[in-house]
Design a binder for this molecule. Structure first.
Ligand code: ACM
Length: 542
């Protein structure tokens, strides 16, 4: 019956000959008909009487009012734009239907989160000026007649940000979360600790930030230049700032996953608390160069006590089911040379130092699980045996992810050759300095996170896809935006849109319109008009 009605509507309105709206990520199903509904100064936005739904309606009204100068009100129940609770199970937790007709717009969803994604699509159906932070006159605020049903392909769609190498202010983190939500991604992976800086206040261990968040200088130019800027550098988030960011993210249906690196990438922590390392008498220094350091946590009981204390504060702060515990790039040099580590290997009947890494991860897994949460680790946690409750983030290609899925572990795909946004995205000669590698927009877009090697059953363990942003060479948030966008948007479409609906030529066309929205939002994407100044500054620095 529904299909019949749709056919009749289509034939009445000569559908499909009309220009496709430019929605990113591309919706699952969309029919376009001739004509458009016009939003007026007196239009009302209706929503169920529920705090979360009302918040979505208010966000929509806020955005439209800012750009139009209207004072649209939200009402309980039906409006000219109505958010409506649906019992259609096929929409799942995140899907929505959007219908615009001569009578107005209806967004149906099972959850406020689904309605939020419907709202994002509605904003992209409106003229691009709706993204303006100030009033734009002479715009007719129209919504084309469409029927959309939209459900994401993957449940995990994310972007990571490394604030260890370069600290990014909380205000920028909020902007990043806005952009994650704009593209219907739902995870922000916050890489909070590394050799070059510890960035989260831990009340029980204040020196993690008074000492561990500062380095005496930073590498300048490429690693191979071995030059330093001679300028002290630092920054961290207080727990109050983090709580504020978490509330902001919650309102935008973005889950924030904290990452606390262990047992490697620990130099900043060891500088603050040398007794946690191989040599308590060593004078450690927060890292000033990039790369991997041999200084790692020594798995003594007091180190476990420290890590559990830190994780307890982190878990109390972050509501995320997932806590990322790193696990990557942990050199075994010091464990090989340590009497303590070798004795522990024997005592625990472990095969070797990889077994010891596995022993560390398993103990941390047990602890995090006892708190009702789940660990995520980079794919090195496969070495020496996977911990029972671990989800694997596959970054050194897809092999780790494939192996973990075959062992019936959940996987998030972040293979460096497709989704590492610190790689060059165009000819290096034309670009500000980057770590190396080459991954352009087309390559990022071409990625399919579900490996062909997996059976249908194993494929269910592929939770989704994430873009990773390591900031060694990204000194400012402008620079981060330049590297992340538009490639991060391609990754967002891969996370949301069914593989057979993806088409790079079509994406590129939609992206050209979408860039106008990003311009209004002040995003310094690669190719943006506001890049000029930024690129000029960069060439001056090189
Ligand atoms: C990583 O890129 N070291 C996870």
């Amino acid at each position: 019956m529904k299909r019949f009605l749709l056919t009749v509507l289509c034939s009445l309105w000569f559908c499909t000959t009309w220009a496709q709206p430019n929605i990113i990520p591309k919706p699952t199903q969309m029919l376009v008909a001739k004509g458009e509904w016009t939003l007026g100064a007196k239009s009302k936005i209706g929503a169920p009487a529920d705090a979360k739904w009302t918040k979505v309606a208010e966000m929509l009204a806020g955005q439209i009012n800012k750009a139009s100068g209207y004072s649209l009100k939200t009402v309980k129940g039906k409006g000219d734009i109505s958010l409506v609770l649906s019992s259609d199970a096929s929409l799942g937790e995140e899907g929505y239907r959007l219908l615009s007709t001569p009578k107005g717009v209806t967004i149906q969803a099972q959850t406020a989160k689904g309605a939020f994604y419907g709202m994002q699509s509605l904003l992209q159906l409106l003229p691009v000026e709706v993204f303006s932070p100030k009033v734009v006159s002479n715009v007719k605020w129209v919504v084309p007649y469409v029927t959309i049903k939209d459900v994401p392909r993957y449940s995990y769609r994310g972007l990571m940000l490394d604030v260890g190498r370069h600290f990014m202010p909380a205000e920028f983190v909020k902007k990043y979360i806005d952009l994650i939500a704009l593209h219907k991604q739902n995870q922000f992976h916050w890489h909070l600790t590394d050799d070059q800086g510890w960035r989260i206040e831990i009340k029980k261990y204040p020196e993690l930030t008074t000492i561990g968040s500062k380095r005496k200088e930073t590498m300048k130019g490429h690693y191979s230049d071995q030059k330093y800027d001679g300028t002290p550098y630092g920054g961290f988030y207080t727990q109050a700032e983090i709580k504020d960011v978490l509330k902001y993210a919650e309102d935008r249906f973005v889950n924030v996953i904290p990452e606390i690196e262990l047992p490697g990438h620990a130099l900043a922590a060891l500088t603050a608390y040398p007794k946690l390392g191989n040599n308590p008498d060593k004078i450690y220094e927060v890292g000033t160069k990039w790369g991997v350091y041999d200084d790692v946590f020594m798995p003594r009981e007091e180190t476990f006590k420290f890590l559990e204390d830190v994780l307890t504060e982190v878990i109390d702060l972050f509501p995320s089911k997932y806590i990322h515990i790193g696990g990557d790039e942990c050199p075994k040099t010091q464990w090989k040379e340590s009497r303590f580590a070798q004795d522990l290997i024997k005592k625990e009947n472990l095969k070797d130092e990889h077994g010891l890494q596995s022993y560390v991860i398993k103990r941390i897994d047990k602890f995090v699980t006892s708190k009702g949460r789940r660990i995520i680790g980079w794919d090195e946690i496969l070495e020496g045996g996977l911990s029972p409750n671990a989800t694997v983030m596959s970054w050194r290609g897809t092999e780790g992810g494939i192996a973990a899925a075959k062992e019936e572990h959940d996987v998030i795909m972040t293979p460096n050759n497709f989704v590492y946004l610190d790689h060059y995205q165009a000819d290096a000669k034309t670009q500000p300095i980057a770590i190396g590698g080459f991954t352009d927009l087309a390559e990022s877009y071409s990625y399919d996170p579900t490996p062909k090697e997996l059976t249908a059953e194993q494929s269910k363990h592929i939770l989704g896809v994430q873009g990773n942003v390591w900031t060694e060479y990204m000194t400012t948030s402008d620079y981060v935006e330049y590297m992340v966008f538009p490639r991060g948007i391609a990754i967002a479409e891969t996370g949301w849109t069914a593989a057979d609906k993806k088409d790079f030529a079509d994406f590129s066309k939609r992206l050209e319109i979408h860039k106008k929205r990003l311009d209004y939002l002040g995003v310094n994407y690669f190719g943006a008009p506001i890049n000029d100044k930024f690129q000029y500054n960069w060439s001056a620095k090189k």
